[in-house]
Design a protein around this ligand. Structure first.
Ligand code: KG4
Ligand code: ZN
Length: 352
């Protein structure tokens, strides 16, 4: 049978995204318009600035998604959008565009849960013979999320842990700034990772930073960046380059130990309920950090040396916010005829 073609829109945070995806796992286009440094001075996403940028960029993103796919709206079988969670005003830009397109063309509409779409991404991107099987774990680590989710089916997810304060990505950004690093070409987090690799002899000893709330699943990354901040504030002389590298490494190491500790604790708690995920999917901007990737692999091997737990990393451009994952996660609902009404409301706050 002919495959089903979805136009999907995403605007829950600071990326304006439009994509065309088919039921045969083809991504025909995947447009992401980033707001990048627009929010830097605010230390987080500024809602009004983000809404205005989405309003400027969404029509052009839709046009480009169709052009790249070499399709017209008549070729689209359904329109998908992010129903939540996210910044209300931001969500409304994508959802109103999606609803209006669907209504005008008399096509079915599906609104999806943003976190569920992140969790389902590996089913779109992994080679068919290596697909993660349910139940699998998703570790979502970015500037916006620090989440551990259990996916038990395409529609059932359980949030096992989130951050008690700030996200892992923001803590990388803040520590990079504390160390006087700049944005570079790939952003603060990637610049910090690179800085850690600097080859410097005789690094001073900056004792390891501890994992907060051991025994609890919740993440805490503001604890960690505050420890670094205090360390710097209490230094009697300005930090030397080798001191900075030592601090950066101690931070990155502690960030990794925390991820590993919570992931392994999550696996242990599930195992007591006889739930034994065979795969862990790691995504989000921070998942591109190769030091973290290696530590996670080691932690899983140590946790389960006999039954190897698979570690899956979707390609970076599909780990970060995008609309291809929105289209893909809507697909099973389109195929079942489980559509949403054009009057469907948004859910800025929405438990998974
Ligand atoms: O998913 P993402 O691109 O976007 C949002 O969350 O909005 O994640 C961005 C975050 C930033 O905090 C950035 O510093 C961090 O991911 N990041 C990294 C690396 N690459 C990006 N953190 C650590 N190491 C990296 N290599
Ligand atoms: Zn996201």
């Amino acid at each position: 049978s002919r495959s089903f073609t979805v136009l999907a829109l995403e605007s829950s945070a600071d990326d304006t995204c439009a994509a065309v995806v088919t039921s045969s796992r083809q991504i025909l286009s995947n447009i992401v318009v980033k707001q990048l440094r627009l929010h830097e001075v605010f230390g987080g996403i500024h809602p009004t600035v983000a809404i205005e940028a989405h309003q400027r960029n969404m029509p052009g993103a839709v046009r480009r998604a169709l052009d790249h796919a070499n399709l017209t709206m008549q070729d689209i079988d359904g329109v998908a959008f992010t129903r939540g969670p996210g910044i209300g005003g931001c969500l409304s830009v994508g959802s109103n565009a999606a609803k209006t397109l669907a209504a005008a063309l008399n096509k079915p509409l599906v609104g999806v849960h943003h976190m569920a779409t992140h969790a389902l991404t590996p089913l779109l991107t992994t080679p068919i013979d290596q697909l993660p099987e349910f139940p699998f774990l998703t570790l979502l680590i970015s500037g916006g999320h620090t989440l551990l989710l259990l996916a038990t089916s395409k529609t059932e997810f359980r949030m096992l842990a989130t951050t008690a304060d700030e996200s892992i990505g923001r803590s990388f950004d803040k520590v990079a700034r504390l160390l006087g690093l700049d944005w570079g070409t790939k952003g603060l987090g990637a610049t910090l990772e690179e800085f850690c690799r600097k080859d410097i002899a005789d690094l001073p000893d900056v004792g390891p930073f501890s994992v907060p709330m051991p025994g609890k699943l919740a993440f805490s990354y503001s604890c960690l960046h505050s420890s670094i901040e205090r360390y710097i504030a209490s230094a009697k002389t300005p930090l030397t380059e080798s001191h900075k590298v030592a601090l950066a490494r101690a931070f990155q190491d502690a960030a990794a130990r925390q991820l590993c500790a919570k992931l392994v604790l999550g696996l242990k708690q599930l195992s007591m309920k006889d739930i034994k995920p065979k795969h862990v999917v790691v995504s989000g901007g921070v998942a591109s950090n190769s030091f973290l990737r290696a530590r996670l692999r080691e932690a899983l091997d140590e946790y389960s040396p006999d039954e190897k737990v698979g570690l899956v990393f979707p390609p970076p451009e599909l780990c970060t916010d995008n609309a291809a994952m929105i289209g893909w996660a809507s697909m099973h609902r389109f195929l079942m005829g489980d559509y949403d009404d054009y009057t469907i409301d948004l859910r800025a706050k929405w438990d998974i």
